[in-house]
Design a protein around this ligand. Structure first.
Ligand code: FES
Length: 225
């Protein structure tokens, strides 16, 4: 069957975890704690097909408030596809991205209020859940930390990619962090190029509104009166 994660068609089967489906199909859902129900980076909004998914686990009930459940909130690492049907989910990052891109101020305020409500109301039960799982031997703190450490790399990359896709004009500055300063100069040149309608760009760098790199500046003359 095909399900849709962030509008991306994903091959899935009954019995699959939503998170596993996302990973197999390279769809964007975070998983910092490696699927241990700790980090909530795999939080998703189920937009369609909630009846095709497993009932919320104890971990989800501990971390997700009624308000967020009503909005379709689930943890992808805890949610199993239990029957075929039309399923559509959005990751939290994608949900937020659409609010920001749509300049949806009321939507953003509602989002912030719901998340704030969730933190205030679910922090104690979330912490209790973690402690009781550790005591029962169902959660190994050392193992969990190792998973979190190994998940931070891919999760960071995912966050950077999502950020760059959302704010493509930031591609250069982000690339500087991950790859080098040339991209920044290219971006600066591109911005200069756009602002001046293709008349100006940094020497030796590209300007999409012009053909090819600009000639180097040989001499600059400054005069004063
Ligand atoms: S991956 Fe951490 S809670 Fe699901």
């Amino acid at each position: 069957m095909i399900i849709y994660i962030n509008d991306r068609p994903c091959e899935a089967q009954v019995g699959d975890l939503l998170l596993g489906t996302a990973k197999n199909n390279k769809a964007h859902i975070g998983y910092i704690c490696g699927g241990n129900g700790i980090c909530q980076s795999c939080f998703v909004y189920v937009r369609e097909g909630a009846e095709c998914l497993s009932q919320p686990s104890d971990e989800e009930k501990a971390f997700i408030s009624d308000k967020l459940f009503q909005e379709g909130g689930r943890l992808a690492c805890q949610t199993v596809i239990v029957k075929e049907g039309s399923i559509r989910v959005l990751s939290r990052a994608e949900h937020l991205r659409r609010i920001v891109l749509g300049l949806n101020v009321p939507g953003f305020i509602t989002y912030a209020q719901t998340i704030g409500y969730n933190v205030v109301n679910k922090l104690p039960s979330g912490a209790t859940n973690l402690v009781s799982r550790a005591r029962a031997g169902r959660l190994n703190p050392v193992d969990s930390l190792a998973k979190i450490a190994s998940g931070i790399g891919p999760a960071s990359l995912l966050a950077v990619n999502t950020f760059v896709e959302t704010f493509s004009f930031m591609q250069g500055p982000v690339s500087m962090v991950t790859g080098g300063a040339k991209s920044v100069l290219d971006t600066a040149s591109g911005v200069l190029c756009s602002v001046t309608g293709g008349k100006l760009q940094l020497p030796g760098l590209c300007c999409q509104k012009n053909d090819g790199p600009a000639a180097s500046i040989e001499r600059v003359t400054i005069t004063s009166k």
